[in-house]
Each structure stands twice: as structure tokens, then as C-alpha cells.
Design a binder for this molecule. Structure first.
Ligand code: PEP
Ligand code: MG
Length: 756
């Protein structure tokens, strides 16, 4: 195919997909597919057969060329007819005369006897055959290879759209599938928990700059219009204060920095003077505002820098708020039912704060990652959130019921009574279980055969200090310093960091607090310092960044050391170390920071220093690593990702991501053995430490210090008290010998059932 031809193919493909994505429901989507494909590929008929799980049949779901009445009436089992054979084999069949094919099965209701040439390709989504796309022609000839490959490409591209339409719009042509079988929409688990509620699309209630006409004023009115704008500005700032206050009981100052950013945009000289100069040119306030906002939004949207591009949303949001104040006659407050699930293309921190917290049950955002501001706030507010749900049909979900499952990162639209019951039951079970777990709160964290297990806390939010102080944890095993960096609009200075770290160290004193040095990069980019790379997880991340920027690194180390003055409970942890030189360089910078702080404050205590084991190379250099520092802490989230070569945030390969893979367990055993041999502490602070199944194995592998989120502490402590190290060891050594993670899980489940 010439490059020109392939370019036009791409164009056609893109336009079909766009049209399909705009379809209101699956029937419409399928109708568009068959009509457009028939036209573009010059076929005499194009049809789609979709698989109905309930009936276990492929059903003719749309056609352009066969008799329309046959839609919904023709069904085939896998393997039945040529269409069934395409589905069964999961590969295309291209024949000159369909009737000559041994599998041919004739359906008079379709009128297909007129056709000879037949090309069928499977529609496959995540390994599952969703259906078959068929082209037919009167001429008794095979379709060309070009057409065949094009149809395969079209089918592959359409699977996402078909899967989405299926989720949101019911099933085609009278073959309604039971609601309960609707597929969940996958996203990223932003904040844990699950909730059932009503979707409320966050809207600026019909306010759009499209409705603002170019209204001209007289010279005499200029001053009045400027005053009108200033008044609107004040009202919006007051609203922002109220929104901030709305969540201030639940969030501490650190997480509220986003509101300062909003206020800064509003107060910004260029924004204000832009509007004023437009008014001076005799435009009414709302028209002036429109011109300025649209100008800003357009130029921000076209910027290469993703942070600045994202700011376009903030400016539009603020612009619409101002507009609302300028056009009071149209104002009406958005109402939120008491079980609100806040939904938007990009739920912002400000939107979250606008919903009365008591009414907010969950958050669903089409964009955003687990480390976005929204996720941080949702976690702090204890509200389940699923982000990055890019297949959410936003225009069709307002007001519908949905389940937000923040534990598994999925959303279910229009859940059936059965599904709701299951979720409620799950919720009840969780509550009941947590009551059971609470019974061990004041009991020692030791196994049934008397081994003491240190349970530590993972945190990063200042808000956690209050709730954590009375927890059962004996310290902080991982304080992620990224969060204070992420909620600002520039690198925080040494003083600012000092204040945050001091609060944390003091809050937990005398318990130890392990502060990890800045670990940005990967999926955690700073809004004001975007790092764009093809492979961010293999790129400029963690210690690689901080060692390259000693001015930032030294500031952080000094802030930590100063914060530790007179307290002495600081431990410092280095992330993403992949070689010994990085450890040595960090120790050198730390020594420099200490000398400098000592000059200012007199003698400062030497904190204990640790290295995170999260890059596989360290597994092979453990003795040299541990001899340089006081302790190790395994970052099993990254260690798993790097050992298995599976992106920890990629939903497509999430089934492959499993920390119980026997190879991961073997690596963990090597770390635990090394600690034992060196007589130094080896902790683990990845998510697996908070999972009772994985934690059981960790005890068996030799770990005695586990660091986890607050919500996991009690259940892990309960597991510890109901387990014996001798049995854990037996299970762990058996787990190292089995083939896969599923077999590991079976071993643990059987052992835990026997122990409790
Ligand atoms: C880890 O990788 O296991 C870890 C604790 O660090 P993070 O999840 O912050 O990368
Ligand atoms: Mg990590």
C-alpha cells in the first residue's frame, strides 16, 4: 500500500472511530460501523455478530446489506457456520464462495444466498472474542490481502469502542443481557473503599462562554463594568474560601495549597489587567472576561508542557465561576444528592471541595493518576476514588447509579440490585471484620509462638498525623516526601520543608520516622517540573533526579536534619538506588548537609540511614549495600514492577503484576537473609506488607518489620497474632517451589484457614 493510501486509510479509520465514539448506544455504534465499513471497503454487505454470554451465542447484531429483519434473529454457537468458526479459531476466514466452505450454514432470513465472497474477522478485546465482523460480496472472489488486513485493523481498533458501548448502552436488537453481566469500567485505584451512589457530573450549570454575546457599552459605563468585575472577583474568592473551609476540618494546610494556586491566578496582574483593558475598549464585563479566558485557554492548551496545558482547565473553571457571578439572574446552585458520586472528565481538587463532604460518597475521573492532587485529597478525606477511567461515557452517565470500587480501581454503571447487595454485604463484612481486628488494638504485635513483629506506618499526608498517633504502629516506616512537593506550584524551600518535617517528627516523637528523600519521576511528576520521557519508570526518577540536582537535594536533607534537632527520631531512606555509587554519593551529600547544619546549630544527631531495595540489581549486591547503611527497606511495589517488567499503573498488563510471583518471593528471601546475616534491620514498605496474605509469607521469609497504610494496620496485626512463625516458614519455603502466584495463594489460604 502506498504511503498516501495508508494515510487515507488512517484518516478513514480515525473518522469511523470518532463517529462510533459519539454514538448514543451500542445499536447506533454498530449501525455506524457496518454502514461506514461497507462504504469504505466497497463491500456488498457488512455485518456484525456479537457474542451474548448469557445465550452463549453469536447474534447478528447489525447489518448493512443482509435483510434488516434478520438482526437479532440469527444466532450461531461458537464453531457453527463460517462465522462461528471465525470466533472459535479467533482468526480470519477469507473465501471466494461461502457456500462451498464445509462449515457453511445457510440462514434464509438473511437473504445471503446472493453473496459469494466472504471475509470474517474476529473482534477481540483483552483476549476475549466479542464477536465477528463480516464482509460479503456478490462476486465469487476472495477479498484482497489489503482489504483483509484493513478489516483486521478496523476490528482491532473498534473493540474498545464496542466494549464501551456495551458497558453503557445495553445490548443490541432485543437481546438484552442481564444488567449484572455488564463489564466494569477499569481505571486506577485512586483512594480505597467502595460506594454505591448517584453520578453527578460536575457542571458549571449550563454556563458556557458560548452563550456570552459581544455586548458593547458606552464610555460612561466603563467604570461601572470594572466595578462589576471586581465585585465578581471578590465573590469568587469568597467562594473559594468557603470551599477551603468546607474541607479544612479534614485536611491540613499542606493539602490546601491548591486553593492558593487558584487565588494566585485570579489575583494575577495579567488576568486582571487583561479584563480591564477589554472593558476599557468598551466591552461589557462578561464579554471582556470571555475574550480573556478564551485567549488564555487556547494558548495554554496549545503548549507543549503538560503542566501548563492542564492549567487551561483551571482557568476555564475559574472563568466560569466569575461568569456565574456576572450573570446572577441565571444562577442556581448545583445540587448534590446525599449519595453523590462526583464525576468529571478531570475532577479537580476544587470540585471535590465544592461538594458538601457529608454527601460525597465517591469520585470518578476520566483522567488523573493515583498520585494526582485529587487522589491525595480523596485519600485524606477517606472517599473512594477511581481515576483514569478513560472509557467512561461521560455524556450518558449523569444521574445514573454507579458503584465506585476504589479497592479494585473499577466503576460499575447501573448496578443491579444483586450487585448492590453484594457491595453492601462486602461493606458490612469489612465493617464486621474491622470490629474483630479492633480487638487486638491494645495487644502486643507478636505471633502465636512469641515472635515480636514491628508494624510501622506509611504516610505522606500531614492529616495522617492526628489519626495515626493513637494507632498501633510503632513508628513511620515510610514518609513519602513527594506529597508536600506535589501540592505546591514550585519547589518548596528549605524553611517550608523544615516546618512540614518538624511537624511530622514532633507528631510521632519519640517513635522513629523514616523520611524518604524526594522520589519524583515515574508516575509522580511535579506539576511545575514536568519530566517527559518515553519510559518514565526507567528514567530520571528518585535518587537519579536528586543527585543531579544537589541544590534541591541538599535543601531537603538540611531541612530534615534541622527538623530532627532535639528530637532524634529521624531516619533517612534513599529511593530508586540501582548501584553502590549512588549510595556513596548520597552519603557524601548527607555528610555535607550535616556539617553545614552543625555549623548553624551546633552538634546535630546522626540519623539512621537506609536504602530502598526496589531495583533488582541491588538483589545481587546486597552484602555491599547493607555494609554501607543502617537498614534496608524493600519497596515491593517497584521491585515487582521491575522484576516482572510490568508497568504498575498499566491496566492492560495488570493481571501480570503480582507480588506473590515466586520469583519476587525468592528475591525477598535474599533480602531478608542478608539482613539476618549482617545483623541489621530489613523492613518492607510496599503495598504487600499491608496485605495479610502476603504479610504471612513475609513473616515466613524472615521479615520482622512491616510498614503499611493506616487502614491495613489492624488486620495485619490480627493476622500476626493468629499465625505462628514456624508454620509461616514452612509455607514460605513451599511457596518458593511452586509454579505461580495462584498456587502460592492457595498454599497461604489453606495454612491461614488451619491456623485461625
Ligand atoms: C515501593 O516501590 O514499594 C514503594 C514503597 O515506593 P512507592 O510506592 O512510593 O514507589
Ligand atoms: Mg518505589
Amino acid at each position: 500500500m502506498s504511503s498516501e493510501a495508508s494515510y487515507s486509510v488512517l484518516k478513514v479509520l480515525r473518522s469511523i472511530i470518532q463517529e462510533v465514539n459519539r454514538a448514543e448506544n451500542i445499536d447506533q455504534a454498530l449501525a455506524i460501523i457496518v454502514a461506514r465499513v461497507k462504504l469504505e471497503l466497497k463491500a456488498d454487505a457488512c455485518s456484525v455478530y456479537l457474542y451474548n454470554k448469557e445465550l452463549e451465542k453469536l447474534i447478528l447484531s447489525a447489518t448493512d446489506g443482509l435483510y434488516p429483519d434478520a438482526v437479532g434473529q440469527v444466532d450461531l454457537a461458537f464453531g457453527e457456520g463460517i462465522v462461528g468458526l471465525v470466533a472459535q479459531r479467533a482468526e480470519p476466514i477469507n473465501v471466494a464462495t461461502a457456500a462451498d466452505h464445509p462449515s457453511y450454514s445457510y440462514f434464509p432470513s438473511t437473504g445471503e444466498e446472493r453473496f459469494n465472497g466472504f471475509l470474517g474477522v474476529p473482534i477481540i478485546h483483552h483476549r476475549n472474542v466479542l464477536g465477528v465482523l463480516v464482509l460479503q460480496q456478490v462476486s465469487a472472489s476472495r477479498y484482497s490481502e489489503d482489504v483483509e488486513t484493513l478489516l483486521i485493523t478496523i476490528a482491532a481498533q473498534l473493540t474498545g469502542a464496542i466494549a464501551t458501548a456495551e458497558v453503557s448502552g445495553g445490548f443490541a436488537a432485543g437481546h438484552d443481557r442481564r444488567d449484572g453481566e455488564r463489564k466494569p469500567l477499569m481505571g486506577i485505584a485512586g483512594a480505597p473503599g467502595a460506594a454505591v451512589g448517584k453520578a453527578v457530573i460536575f457542571a458549571t450549570e449550563g454556563y458556557s462562554f458560548n452563550i456570552v454575546a459581544e455586548r458593547h457599552i458606552t464610555q460612561d459605563e466603563v467604570a461601572t463594568e470594572k466595578r462589576r468585575y471586581t465585585r465578581a472577583l471578590k465573590l469568587v474568592k469568597a467562594d473559594l474560601d468557603v470551599m477551603e473551609a468546607n474541607i479544612s476540618n479534614n485536611i491540613l494546610a499542606d493539602e490546601r495549597a491548591i486553593f492558593d494556586a487558584y487565588k494566585m491566578i485570579l489575583d494575577g496582574e495579567s488576568f486582571r489587567s487583561g479584563v480591564h483593558s477589554q472593558i476599557s475598549k468598551r466591552l461589557a464585563a462578561e464579554s471582556a472576561l470571555r475574550n480573556v479566558v478564551i485567549g488564555y485557554v487556547d494558548s495554554f492548551k496549545s503548549m507543549d508542557d503538560p503542566y501548563l496545558r492542564a492549567r487551561a482547565e483551571d482557568i476555564l473553571d475559574l472563568g466560569l465561576r466569575l461568569l456565574r457571578k456576572l450573570l446572577p439572574e441565571q444562577s442556581g446552585k448545583q445540587t448534590f444528592p446525599k449519595n453523590t458520586i462526583l464525576v468529571a472528565e478531570m475532577v479537580t481538587a476544587a470540585m471535590l471541595a465544592e461538594v458538601p463532604i457529608r454527601r460525597l460518597r465517591g469520585v470518578v475521573s476520566m483522567q488523573g493518576s493515583g498520585t494526582s492532587h485529587t487522589a491525595i485529597l480523596a485519600k485524606a478525606l477517606n472517599i473512594p476514588a477511581v481515576l483514569g477511567v478513560d472509557e467512561l461515557p461521560l455524556s450518558r452517565v449523569n444521574g445514573i447509579e454507579m458503584v465506585v470500587d476504589g479497592n479494585n480501581g473499577q466503576v460499575l454503571l447501573r448496578p443491579t440490585a444483586q450487585i448492590k447487595r453484594e457491595y453492601r454485604l462486602q461493606q458490612q463484612q469489612i465493617e464486621q471484620q474491622s470490629e474483630t481486628y479492633e480487638t487486638v488494638r491494645d495487644l502486643p504485635s507478636e505471633t502465636s509462638d512469641g515472635f515480636a513483629i514491628r508494624l510501622l506506618l506509611n504516610t505522606g499526608l500531614l492529616a495522617d498525623i492526628n489519626t495515626s498517633r493513637d494507632s498501633t504502629a510503632v513508628g513511620v516506616g515510610l514518609y513519602r516526601t513527594e506529597y508536600p512537593f506535589m501540592v505546591r506550584d514550585r519547589f518548596p524551600g528549605e524553611e517550608e520543608q523544615y516546618r512540614v518535617y518538624r511537624k511530622v517528627l514532633r507528631g510521632f516523637h519519640p517513635l522513629p520516622v523514616t523520611m524518604r528523600t524526594l522520589d519524583i519521576g515515574g508516575d509522580k511528576s511535579l506539576p511545575y517540573f514536568p519530566i517527559e520521557e518515553d519510559n518514565p519508570f526507567l528514567g530520571w526518577r528518585g535518587i537519579r533526579f536528586t543527585l543531579d540536582h544537589p541544590e534541591i537535594f541538599l535543601g531537603q536533607l538540611r531541612a530534615m536534619l534541622r527538623a530532627n534537632d532535639g528530637l532524634g527520631n529521624l531516619q533517612i531512606l534513599m529511593p530508586m538506588i540501582c548501584n553502590l555509587t549512588e549510595i556513596d554519593s548520597t552519603l557524601k551529600l548527607l555528610a555535607q548537609a550535616r556539617r553545614e547544619v552543625q555549623e548553624e546549630l551546633g552538634i546535630v544527631e546522626k540519623p539512621r540511614i537506609g536504602v530502598m531495595v526496589e531495583v533488582p540489581s541491588l538483589i545481587y549486591q546486597l552484602p555491599q549495600v547493607i555494609s554501607r547503611v543502617d537498614f534496608l527497606s524493600v519497596g515491593s511495589n517497584d521491585l515487582t514492577q521491575y522484576l516482572l517488567a510490568v508497568d504498575r499503573n498499566n491496566a492492560r498488563v495488570s493481571e501480570l503484576y503480582d507480588s506473590l510471583h515466586p520469583a519476587v518471593l525468592l528475591a525477598l528471601k535474599m533480602v531478608a537473609d542478608c539482613g539476618q546475616k549482617a545483623g541489621k534491620e530489613v523492613a518492607i514498605c510496599g503495598e504487600m506488607a499491608g496485605d495479610p496474605t502476603a504479610a504471612y509469607l513475609l513473616l515466613g521469609l524472615g521479615f520482622r518489620t512491616l510498614s503499611m497504610n493506616l487502614s491495613s494496620l489492624m488486620r495485619v496485626k490480627w493476622m500476626v497474632r493468629n499465625s505462628s512463625i514456624s508454620r509461616c516458614k514452612e509455607v514460605a519455603s513451599a511457596a518458593l517451589k511452586v509454579d505461580n502466584a495462584a498456587a502460592v495463594r492457595e498454599l497461604v489460604a489453606a495454612a491461614q484457614a488451619a491456623e485461625s
